[in-house]
Design a protein around this ligand. Structure first.
Ligand SMILES: CC(C)(COP(=O)(O)OP(=O)(O)OC[C@H]1O[C@@H](n2cnc3c(N)ncnc32)[C@H](O)[C@@H]1OP(=O)(O)O)[C@@H](O)C(=O)NCCC(=O)NCCS
Length: 322
C-alpha cells in the first residue's frame, strides 16, 4: 500500500502500484487533458480570465496537421510546449506542461484529479517536466502559483523549488479612455534596458535578455501585439510600461516598471496610455502585475481606480545539467 509522501509514480513509462503511467500526451487524450486542466485551474487563472483562452488554445492542437507538426518538433527536440499526462488504466488523472520558449522552462497546468491525490502523481509529473527542461538545456525551471495554494506550495518546496517574489495582480477599469495631460513616448532601447534591470532587482532574480514573460506567453500568437512607452529622460526614464494585447476579447496585460521617481501625472499618463491601447485592441480585462513591495506603483494603481485581484508567487529551481 502506498501512503502519502511516497513518490510511487514512475515517470519512465512503467506502471506504478496503482497502474499510473506518466508520459507525453496522446492526441486521443487531448479533450480529457484539457477538461482536467481547466477543472483544476485556480484563483489565478480565474481572476485573470485565462481559463477560456487555455481551453481554446489547447483545443486548436487537436487538428491532425498541428498535432503532427508538434510531434515532429518534439522528436527534433524543438517543440515549444510539452504536454505531460498521468494516466491510470488509460484514463488521464493528472496534467502538466513544460513551456520551452526562451532560456527558462515554465511549468504550468499542474493538477491531479481530486479522487487521485496524495499518491505522488503531481511529484511524478513535475519531476518529468524538470527532466524535459534539463534535456532542452534550459537554465531555470520557473512557475507562478497562487500564494494561498498551500498544497501546491508544499509540493514545489518538497521538490526543491524556492519561493521568490510575490506578484500582486491588479485590474484596471474598462471605462472609456481619459484625457492625458502629459505625453508618453515610445521607449528607447536604453529605456528598455534600464527597465529590464529594474525588473530583475524587483524580482530578485537575474533575468536573461531573451527571457519571455508569462504575459507575453499568454498573448503570443495571431492577433498578439506589444508596445512599450516611457516618461522621463530617454535612457533615464521615470517609468516604462509594456502592454501586451492578445486577440480581441482576451485579457490584456500592462507591465509598468518604476525606474526613477515618476510624478503622479507621469505615472497616470503611462498607465492611461497602456490602458487606452489595450481597450482599443479589444482587451477584456486589463491586468497589471506588481512585483514585491512597490508603494509607488500601487499608489498609482489606486489613483487609476485599479483593484487588487489575486496574489501569486514566483517559484524557481535551477536546472542541473546531467
Ligand atoms: C497540488 C496538487 C497538484 C497535488 O497533487 P498530488 O498528486 O495530490 O500531490 P502528491 O501526492 O504528489 O504530493 C506531493 C507533496 O505535495 C504536498 N501536498 C499535496 N497535497 C497536499 C495537501 N492537500 N496539503 C498539504 N500538502 C500537500 C505534500 O508536500 C506532498 O508530499 P507528502 O505527501 O510527502 O506530504 C493537487 O492538490 C491539485 O491538483 N490541486 C489543484 C490544482 C492545483 O492547485 N495545481 C497547482 C497549480 S500551480
Amino acid at each position: 500500500m502506498t501512503g502519502p509522501g511516497d513518490p510511487a509514480v514512475r515517470t519512465t513509462g512503467a506502471e506504478d502500484a496503482h497502474g499510473v503511467v506518466i508520459g507525453e500526451l496522446r492526441r486521443r487524450d487531448l479533450d480529457r487533458y484539457v477538461a482536467l486542466a481547466v477543472a483544476n485551474s485556480g484563483a489565478l487563472e480565474r481572476e485573470l480570465r485565462l481559463q477560456e483562452r487555455t481551453e481554446r488554445e489547447l483545443g486548436t492542437l487537436s487538428g491532425v496537421g498541428v498535432w503532427l507538426l508538434l510531434s515532429l518538433l518534439r522528436l527534433l527536440g524543438r517543440s515549444p510546449v510539452r504536454m505531460l499526462v498521468a494516466t491510470e488504466r488509460d484514463v488521464p488523472v493528472g496534467t502538466t506542461m513544460a513551456i520551452l520558449s526562451g532560456p527558462w522552462a515554465y511549468v504550468a497546468a499542474v493538477g491531479v484529479r481530486d479522487d487521485r491525490r496524495h499518491r505522488g502523481i503531481a511529484q511524478g509529473l513535475v519531476r518529468r517536466a524538470e527532466e524535459v527542461g534539463r534535456k532542452a538545456r534550459k537554465t531555470w525551471m520557473v512557475l507562478e502559483v497562487d500564494a494561498t495554494n498551500e498544497p501546491a506550495r508544499r509540493l514545489y518546496a518538497k521538490l526543491g523549488w524556492t519561493a521568490g517574489a510575490s506578484v500582486r495582480w491588479w485590474e484596471l477599469p474598462a471605462a472609456p479612455p481619459k484625457e492625458r495631460t502629459i505625453p508618453t513616448r515610445p521607449a528607447t532601447r536604453r529605456d528598455r534596458k534600464v527597465a529590464h534591470a529594474a525588473s530583475a532587482r524587483r524580482l530578485g532574480f537575474e533575468i536573461p535578455r531573451a527571457y519571455v514573460s508569462p504575459c507575453e506567453l499568454a498573448c503570443r500568437g495571431i492577433g498578439g501585439s506589444q508596445e512599450t512607452v516611457a516618461v522621463g529622460a530617454s535612457g533615464a526614464p521615470a517609468l516604462v510600461a509594456r502592454s501586451w494585447a492578445a486577440q480581441s476579447g482576451e485579457p490584456g496585460f500592462l507591465l509598468p516598471v518604476v525606474c526613477g521617481a515618476p510624478s503622479f501625472a507621469e505615472g497616470a499618463a503611462v498607465l492611461e496610455a497602456g490602458r487606452a491601447r489595450l481597450l482599443r485592441r479589444g482587451a477584456r480585462g486589463i491586468f497589471v502585475p506588481v512585483v514585491g513591495d512597490d508603494p509607488t506603483l500601487e499608489m498609482l494603481l489606486v489613483r487609476a481606480e485599479g483593484v487588487p485581484k489575486v496574489t501569486s508567487e514566483f517559484w524557481s529551481k535551477p536546472v542541473v545539467p546531467s
